[in-house]
Design a protein around this ligand. Structure first.
Ligand code: ZN
Ligand code: ZN
Length: 252
């Protein structure tokens, strides 16, 4: 029997600290794989809080370039360097990641004697709709496909379809309703979906009312809500959906 894959919500909050939740960061683990999906500013704190060794994280996948989804990378990289980890921190992000991440790191944590490689990042960028296989580290590999979605365009937003060990995990990232979510989530074992408000409130985020109206279009039995704003948190539990919580572990 194949061992289950565990998804640990290191943080499932929005950008505004709603409900006191940490910013977005998922840790995906199996017997042979461990990686993060998004790495919000609070990710290093969350990893320690929930008992995940930050020095054992070698790979981070990014949905888009908003700080509540990627500003934790410099701190994770610094921690690894301080602990003497020599393996580079691999990042697979949307186009623009390779330019922005090193700049962000140097802005957040200037050094008296800066070395260009002190954060030891190995950054790759994915192209929309084109599967990228991270084969080097793990048997069987992990295949990641980014689907462009409707969020702030400057962040190059994507939903991620992640395939490993015969399972499919899909994360919407931040987005308003977008038909690409239907393609990304088709046949998935789990669809982790942002749901920021109960009713349409922002043109760049999803809401429960819209998600209910589109539910039948999504070919995935299991939808887990994340990135919830205050009104959604106050309405939990929401019929027909599971809801994430910081520290929660689910298996697929
Ligand atoms: Zn966000
Ligand atoms: Zn965002």
């Amino acid at each position: 029997m194949v061992a289950p894959i565990r998804i640990r919500f290191i943080g499932c909050g929005d950008a505004f600290g709603s409900g006191g939740r940490l910013q977005t960061c998922l840790c995906v683990e199996s017997d042979t794989h461990r990686f993060l999906v998004d790495c919000g500013a609070s990710a290093l704190v969350g990893l320690r809080k929930f008992g995940v060794d930050p020095n054992a994280i070698d790979t981070v996948l990014l949905t888009h370039m908003h700080g509540d989804h990627y500003a934790g990378i410099p701190w994770l990289a610094l921690q690894r360097a301080a602990a003497g980890v020599r393996r580079p921190l691999g990042v697979l992000g949307p186009k623009g990641s390779a330019g922005r991440l090193p700049r962000l790191a140097n802005h957040l944590f200037p050094s008296a004697s800066p070395r260009p490689d002190r954060f030891n990042l190995a950054i790759r960028e994915y192209a929309s709709f084109r599967p990228t296989t991270l084969a080097h580290a793990w048997p069987g590999g992990v295949t990641v496909t980014g689907y462009p979605v409707t969020h702030v365009p400057a962040t190059n937003p994507h939903a991620l379809r992640i395939e490993l060990e015969g399972k499919v995990i899909v994360f919407s990232g931040d987005t308003a309703w977008d038909d690409h979510l239907v393609d990304a989530a088709a046949g998935a074992d789990i669809f982790i979906c942002e749901a920021w408000s109960m009713r349409p409130r922002a043109p760049v985020h999803l809401d429960i009312e819209t998600l209910r109206a589109r539910r039948a279009d999504i070919d995935c039995e299991r939808i887990v809500l994340t990135h919830m704003g205050e009104d959604v948190l106050a309405a939990l539990p929401i019929e027909g959906f599971e809801a994430a919580d910081d520290g929660m572990v689910i298996e697929v």
